[in-house]
Write a protein that binds this ligand. Structure first.
Ligand code: WT7
Length: 591
């Protein structure tokens, strides 16, 4: 099946767009084993003065030499398959306009600016515009509902939100509960939307707002430790926490983009993650653009034919995706990919969940490529344990620590275990991408460090050759299709439904999505279990939180197993769901 991709003029007039040919990389392929990388070498390669500081926007856009500035930075494919090319220079100049507009609005360094947008070019332009003003940028996954938005905007005390006409109603629904929110900037690519002058929060049309602004802006360099972006991540208890990152992170992101993703200037690279997740910023913005690489961004949703057509039509050479996506492609068989020609594709990496051996074997068959599994977290900001060129892939292992990272497994007293044992995966990371803190929650941040080790929350083992093997999570956090979901958030959404008295939420193993969400609920008196009611409850969670947080199964039980202090015992629910022994239930009270 072939898809018709229509070439479209850029919204920002194209300036000397050239294709990526004729630029040579200094050394390729990168082989950590033969020639270990270092953070210092990356500073030198990117020409970044450690002493005076820099700005991630200069590293990724303005600071590039002309040959890079004039080539395509963003090869954008819209949801309806229209294609736009945006050069590094265009993104640089347009983000200058946004920076000037933000300055005129009175934006101060470290103000929290949220980006709640589809994957459109203006998302990237606004992102850099904010960084140029030293604001803290918080991109949010566009599938999030009002409840999920409220938790994040309130916690961060957001001052500005960039959004689109389609997504704005979800901001409007909560704006009155976020007193810090001063301005909503609306990006309407159809140029139909009009601001409401009497709205309680100032509304601005993005294009009209930036139009009078100069395309020049002097970016003040800043120490590497200056905060730059924040991603919210879910834990077992409480609301999601904002992991705060810094400008200096781009050193680690560029180094790993080069040495693990194997990127160099001639590549056309496609990272399938949305910038609302850390993969979509670290490797969908910073790492590749710091190296001057052309990135393809596809606005639309997953569909096997579309994805294969994109890989083929745009000569994608390096592809960073997720195990669930690979498994969904696998489900559609091998004949479909074999009907395409992936002539340029030469390197594939995966992240977010364990990459099962079958997917690697399938990748060898249909792409004639190894798929390199990479492990990291929102908190680490860059790839920390990984497979890579020069290290033979062991099916099912996530590889070895990236040079500069020390990793081990610990016992219950936080002491390193001998090789071969299973324990808590811990890191000593010298990477400048490690998070600085959890926003408003320094004590939670400190609780992640023990005996000098950063506790990842994962369980793993290391074999005698130093390869790491993922075992599972240490906590109740659910990993569904590579997205972490906190059971507490889903339980809180469930009990907001008028029929639900109590709720306990667990992850059930799923061959495709790693885990799916199962909710146990008890009903309030007067409500009767019907398939319609359960469906309504599931959709209620979806509308409040997000599609990926919706329980795929809901089971009504009389009462939930609780400790004497009233805490729901998810462990017992999980054991029941899996038909396993329920373990120590001495503190159990089930009434
Ligand atoms: C958690 C972090 C960082 C990218 C996206 C997820 C799980 C991540 C792997 C892998 C097994 C993995 C871990 C980790 N995870 N990569 N290669 N193999 N598990 O970021 O949302 O912060 O999730 O995802 O459990 O702790 P995140």
């Amino acid at each position: 099946m072939s898809i018709d991709f229509t070439q479209k003029q850029s919204v920002v007039p194209a300036i000397g767009v050239v294709e990526t040919a004729h630029l040579t990389s200094p050394m390729n392929p990168w082989d950590c084993e033969k020639n270990p990388p270092s953070w210092d070498a990356m500073h030198t390669q990117l020409n970044l003065p450690k002493a005076t500081g820099y700005n991630q926007s200069t590293v990724c856009l303005d600071g590039h030499p002309d040959a890079i500035l004039n080539k395509t930075a963003l090869l954008w494919v819209s949801a309806t398959h229209e294609v736009e090319h945006h050069s590094f220079l265009e993104l640089s100049l347009a983000s200058n306009q946004v920076a000037n507009a933000l300055t005129a609005l009175g934006t101060n360094p470290q103000d929290r600016i949220f980006l709640f947008l589809e994957r459109i070019p203006e998302l990237y332009v606004s992102f850099f515009g904010g960084l140029k003003c030293h604001a803290i940028l918080c991109p949010i996954f566009p599938a999030f509902g009002p409840e999920a938005l409220l938790d994040r905007l309130q916690d961060a005390e957001a001052s500005i939100v960039f959004t689109s006409p389609a997504l704005k109603p979800r901001i409007d629904a909560i704006a009155s509960q976020v007193p810090s929110l001063k301005t909503i900037v609306v990006v309407d690519r159809a140029h139909q939307w009009q601001p409401n002058p009497s709205a309680s929060v100032q509304e601005l049309d993005y294009y009209q707002w930036i139009a009078p602004q100069s395309r020049q802006f002097t970016v003040a360099h800043t120490p590497a430790e200056t905060p730059s972006i924040m991603h919210y991540t879910s834990g077992t208890t409480g609301k999601p926490k904002g992991a705060l990152h810094q400008h200096g992170a781009c050193i680690a992101q560029a180094a790993t983009a080069q040495w693990v993703l194997d990127l160099s200037v001639n590549d056309v690279y496609w990272c399938t993650a949305d910038p609302g997740w850390v993969t979509g910023t670290s490797y969908g913005i910073f790492g590749p653009w710091a190296l001057g690489v052309t990135q393809l961004v596809f606005e639309g949703a997953f569909k096997p034919e579309t994805w294969y057509s994109i890989l083929e039509r745009f000569n994608v050479s390096v592809w960073y995706t997720a195990p669930t996506a690979l498994r969904m492609l696998m489900k559609h068989g091998s004949d479909l990919p074999k009907s395409y020609q992936f002539k340029a594709l030469r390197h594939i990496c995966s992240v977010g969940e364990p990459l099962n051996p079958e997917a690697i074997v399938w990748g060898r068959d249909v792409f004639d490529q190894e798929i390199y599994d990479t492990w990291w977290q929102t908190e680490t900001g860059s790839i920390h344990i990984t497979n890579r060129i020069g290290l033979p892939v062991r099916l099912g292992s996530m590889g070895k620590p990236f040079p500069g990272v020390e990793a081990c497994v610990l016992d219950d007293t936080f002491t390193p275990l001998p090789l071969g044992s299973e324990g808590a995966l811990a890191l000593k990371s010298a990477a400048p991408s490690m998070f600085k803190t959890y926003w408003n929650n320094q004590s939670k941040y400190e609780s992640r460090f023990k005996n000098g080790w950063y506790l990842t929350g994962d369980r793993a083992s290391v074999d005698t050759d130093g390869y790491f093997w993922f075992v599972g999570r240490e906590d109740d956090v659910i990993n569904t299709a590579g997205h972490l979901v906190g059971p507490f958030e889903v339980e809180s959404a469930l009990v907001h439904h008028p029929a639900v008295a109590e709720a306990g939420v667990i992850g059930l193993p799923c061959p495709e999505r790693m885990e799916v969400i199962k909710a146990y609920i008890s009903l309030k008196t007067g409500f009767v279990e019907t398939p319609e009611l359960l469906k309504e409850i599931a959709l209620f969670v979806r509308s409040k939180l997000a599609a990926h947080a919706m329980p795929r199964e809901i089971e009504v039980i009389e009462s939930l197993p609780k400790t004497r202090s009233g805490k729901i015992m998810r462990r017992v629910l999980k054991a029941r769901a899996l038909g396993l022994p329920e373990g120590d239930t001495s503190t159990l009270e089930e009434v």
